[in-house]
Ligand binder design. Structure first.
Ligand code: BTN
Length: 265
């Protein structure tokens, strides 16, 4: 009976409403403006082919030449996720993007494997192919709404900004990819992960899927924190999304976003 119920629920896929705009300053900023005037709701997606001032994490600029890449902001009202569990959203979105990249880039060598670099960058080998800018608006202990800004480098062959290690899907396929097809596939995956989580709230499964795709999981590498550089291996993520790295002397260090830097690229 339970199986039947879940099966029926999975057919109820989330509906997305795509709003296409030729160019915009930033899809996240535009979405925020519309949300403030009450004009956007769960499942609306702002999609553009060019941003005049695309926003990355922190104060970074997100580079994207016109008509080349996927640039969207998805509006979610994830009332089933409490403010203290915000990392659930990070996991289900980054996992969906990594899955899409895997569909387009052949996964036949370790160097081509799509991975999630904690917390939500998507990497192919040691290069960044996609990034996510989350803006979560909290009320009480609930996420009232979230603007999920996603940039995937798709058909742009060269990058000119200071971004440390950008790469595009086309650098591995040598064929132009249809951005609408990619967008539809991505939304289907995000919607599936989102609905499944809404119904089952199976945090352990979500976490194990995320960890399974985690860049540098369980392998030795060099990191730096505010005190020094050290060798360590990622051993876990806690329920708040903090990264646990074991150093060579067996000490386990816990990091929030921006408290640790990945070295040796
Ligand atoms: C990062 O620095 O990794 C996050 C990059 C997020 C870029 C996307 S592109 C669409 C959306 N609108 C923005 O201004 N930024 C996000």
């Amino acid at each position: 009976m339970k199986v039947l119920f879940l099966h029926i629920c999975y057919q109820i896929r989330m509906k997305f409403n795509i709003i296409n705009i030729d160019k915009v300053v930033s899809t996240n900023s535009y979405a925020q403006q519309l949300l403030e005037s009450g004009d956007l709701h769960d499942g609306d997606v702002i999609s553009t082919r060019f941003q005049e001032s695309g926003r990355g994490q922190g104060n970074n600029f997100w580079e994207s030449e016109p008509d080349s890449n996927l640039l969207i902001s998805i509006i979610l009202e994830p009332h089933m996720i409490s403010a203290s569990q915000q990392f659930v959203l990070t996991q289900l979105v980054s996992f969906a993007i990594a899955d899409i990249v895997k569909e387009f880039v052949p996964q036949d060598s370790e160097l081509l494997k799509a991975k999630i670099k904690w917390p939500n960058d998507i990497y192919i080998g040691n290069k960044k192919v996609a990034g996510v800018l989350f803006q979560n608006f909290i009320k009480g202990n609930k996420i009232e709404y979230s603007i999920v800004g996603i940039g995937i480098n798709v058909n742009q062959k060269k990058f000119y900004s200071e971004a440390p290690n950008p790469v595009s899907i086309i650098n591995y396929t040598n064929e132009q990819i249809d951005l609408d097809e990619l967008l539809n596939k991505l939304l289907e995956k995000v919607g599936k992960n989102y609905e499944e989580y809404r119904i089952e709230k199976n945090f352990p499964i979500l976490k194990s899927m995320y960890i399974n795709d985690l860049y540098r999981f369980n392998s030795w590498a060099t990191y730096s924190d505010k005190r020094n550089e050290f060798r360590g291996k990622i051993i876990d993520i806690d329920d708040f999304g903090r990264l646990l790295i074991e150093s060579q002397n067996g000490e386990v260090k816990t990091f929030m976003f921006k408290e640790v830097e990945f070295l040796d690229f």
